[in-house]
Write a protein that binds this ligand. Structure first.
Ligand code: C5P
Length: 235
């Protein structure tokens, strides 16, 4: 069955510094969101992409996407987003027409994910997992701290989890559609990804190998890296 993708792109990108909403900023002359839509549409399984735009910018995003070439077999819908990533994803899910049993959720801020990673996530959902996350081992050791009151103040270290059992999780995350919709209807509280909502339902969530180039463009240095990766690909 065909796969649909929801791309939350309604974030302001505050950590990137002043400027346009993050997804609309350009990487080597092409908006980040266009790179992200192309990255998912590169998978032959993906027949629909729902872009969740800033709530006051859906029209602008629609005309921006219309001005760029995308594969003909992929339909693109644009819907207005919400105040949190979770709410934006939920609004994207509500806009999905029937007929897609597998749904990917992909950050617009990960514009360079390779198609092989997208296809590996889809394969694992089709293989029976309720949710699938692309994940990488950590380069850095991770510490749990007691957050300090004041910014910059020393923070007491509480624990050092075994790094070999930790993974940094990327997108696209892939889902059995009905399970993801149920998670968004029933799980409340702050979460930072969609798979954690499915975990809270007690469903089986698995990790497959992620890719270095699926990194999230968050801070100014990430823009430098993204443009270097595109230049290496001659884009
Ligand atoms: O803030 P964070 O880096 O977790 O954002 C991840 C993705 O969620 C980005 O693509 C961003 O545009 C999107 N987002 C959204 N709606 C919000 C906040 C973030 O669609 N209200």
């Amino acid at each position: 069955s065909p796969v649909a993708a929801v791309i939350p792109a309604a974030g302001r990108g505050v950590r990137l510094g002043p400027g346009a909403p993050k997804a609309l900023r350009s990487l080597n002359g092409t908006p980040m969101l266009v790179h992200a839509v192309r990255a998912l549409a590169a998978s032959r399984a993906v027949s629909l992409v729902v872009v969740v735009a800033p709530s006051d910018g859906a029209g602008e995003v629609k005309s921006m996407l219309d001005a760029h070439a995308l594969p003909e077999r992929t339909d693109v819908l644009v819907v207005p987003g919400g105040g949190t990533r979770q709410e934006s994803v939920r609004l994207g899910l509500e806009a999905l027409p029937p007929g897609h049993d597998v749904v990917l959720v992909h950050d617009a801020a990960r514009p360079l994910v390779p198609v092989d990673t997208v296809d590996a996530v889809i394969e694992a959902v089709r293989g029976g997992a309720a949710a699938v996350v692309p994940a990488l081992p950590l380069a850095d050791t991770v510490k749990q701290v007691e957050p300090a009151g004041a910014p910059g103040a020393p923070e007491p270290v509480v624990a050092t989890p075994d790094r070999s059992r930790l993974r940094a999780v990327q997108t696209p995350q892939g889902f059995d559609r009905a399970t993801l919709v149920r998670a968004h209807k029933t799980v409340t509280g702050d979460v930072t990804d969609d798979a954690s909502m499915v975990e809270q339902l007690g469903e089986r969530v698995v990790a497959v190998p992620g890719h270095e180039e699926a990194f999230k463009v968050t801070r100014p240095l990430d823009l430098v890296l993204a443009e270097a990766v595109l230049a290496r690909r001659r884009l």
